[in-house]
Design a protein around this ligand. Sequence first.
Ligand code: SF4
Ligand code: FES
Length: 364
Amino acid sequence: MVAYYSLYFLFMKVTIDNISIDVPAGTTILNAARLIGGDVAPPAMCYYSKLEGSGGKCRTCLCEVSKGSEKDPRPMPKLVASCRTTVMDGMEVKNMTSDKVIDARKGVVEFLLLNHPLDCPVCDQAGECDLQNLSYNHGNEGTRYEFPRRTFEKEDIGPFISLHMTRCIMCFRCVFTAEQLTERREHGILERGDHAQISTMLNKALDNEFIGNVIDVCPVGALTDKTFRFKNRVWFTKPVDAHRDCPTCSGKVRLWMRGPEVFRVTARKDEWGEVESFICNDCRFHKKETKDWVIEGPSNIKRSSVISQGHYQHTVKSPVYIDRVIGKEPKFLMNIHDVSDVNKPEIELSKIDGPSHSDDFKVK
Ligand code: SF4
Ligand code: FES
């Protein structure tokens, strides 16, 4: 009985965007939303579940708490950072159903882009950049900022990692990674406020065994892989899961290949864009031959990702819960066949597996 009661009190019921879930006490709103999944989970640019102390810096995960708890149902007066706010029993939260959140998030994106150059066409992170995705999904078209953008002296931080300080959004993830994964941290954030910058202080090379992981945790193109730099666009390469017997790390990686050539090695990422297990520099930078690896097969890539272009058969659909959020099936705004007979009306485009092709409409 005692065990039953303690278990009972350890769980809290929270409702996010009209979907209820029971989660252990101490769970943050963001992680509760991730348990529901799909678009109910707010975007997160600085929180990283594998890094202690992360979160609370970028404000992209803002949510509206419309009911504080069963005991105290008053709404929270301001939007809260969902990665840093734990759930209460009976709490009700609005993410994509809140106009305030959608509006505030536009402001956050505008703020994150204040000094960020629009150099996506030449940035190695393009196609897998969280900021690029965030601005497409939540951003405004323009900016109100009129002042000169920040510029930096180019800094060489070693043979394997390239730093583009203008692209940094000060999420602190790379600093936590170096602090928590490597034996000594040689870089950090210098200065304060709008003078803050990532630096190695004495221009020391970042050459710890696990330091390459800062590339994977960086949500933008501020830290990129020098061995892959300008070699290929990510959507032209094919991601393949592979492993090797590595004495230092798990050896479970993702190879980015074009034909038989391995262009890049990264850690595997989960559906939230987080590394599944950190890998060592040897696997990442020195094992660029297919013979170094046991190939497991094509990686699962979100269907919405530009990387899935050309290899749809191994993509996964993101769960979207529009019907559960609004309480009914979404209504078609327009049926294309009402206004056009270009395609055969009996073919439902949404049911075609992968991109539609002229063959789908050929008279058999
Ligand atoms: S370099 Fe990347 S990971 Fe490091 S603080 Fe800047 S944006 Fe974050
Ligand atoms: S993800 Fe919550 S503040 Fe950055």
